[in-house]
Design a protein. Structure first.
Length: 201
């Protein structure tokens, strides 16, 4: 069989090159997409469902969406000494034998330039049981260790719930510490405003 013309061999080589190049590009794209997915997943540290199971094991929780009245927002802002930006509040109520045993509030806010979401767990009396970081989109270097968050356990809304008082600051994560403290104060104040109108407290 006579050898293939030069143009045919060149075309064949070009097709082979682009096939191989396409495989390499596809592989690179796949690696990049996987890396992005892992980075995005890494910001979600624990799901809300997992937090609720840890806080209220084997206890039914009901999700509630509460729209604060103007009076509730004003009362909460005064108590927290912070602005309450929105009227919509997401919370979970834990009940056993028709008795309320605790609450969980979601608070999403900006730390430096990116947001985090906290789950603030309260007991039936309105004191903090636990604070968990569900999502943290800043570099993890700006997130304090778990033991730092345990300072909030047992806290209630008063003037001592503040940095350099009951809550110690942390070097290298000052903005996170301030944002977390504000979120806990905000959740406690919103809870008090809601429960006051519902006649629970």
């Amino acid at each position: 069989m006579p050898p293939a013309p030069e143009s045919t061999r060149s075309m064949h080589n070009s097709v082979t090159f682009f096939k191989r190049r396409g495989l390499r590009v596809a592989a690179v794209v796949a690696i990049q997409v996987t890396s992005v997915a892992l980075v995005l997943d890494a910001t979600v540290l624990i799901t809300v469902e997992e937090v609720l199971e840890l806080a209220f094991p084997d206890i039914e929780t009901t999700r509630e969406t509460v729209f604060l009245t103007d009076d509730q927002r004003r009362d909460a802002a005064t108590a927290a000494e912070l602005e309450i930006e929105g009227a919509m509040v997401t919370r979970f109520v834990a009940r056993t034998d028709d008795r309320v045993v605790g609450f969980a509030y979601l608070d999403t806010h900006r730390v430096r330039t990116l947001p985090e979401t906290l789950v603030v767990i309260l007991d039936s009396g309105g004191k903090v049981r636990r604070v968990e970081v569900a999502a943290f989109r800043e570099p993890l270097d700006y997130k304090p260790g778990d033991s730092w968050y345990r300072q909030f356990d047992g806290e209630e809304l008063d003037r001592d719930l503040a940095l350099d008082r009951d809550i110690r600051p942390i070097t290298g994560a000052t903005l996170t510490a301030r944002a977390t403290t504000d979120a806990v104060r905000r959740s406690l104040a919103i809870h008090a405003a809601i429960e006051k109108d519902e006649g629970v407290q």
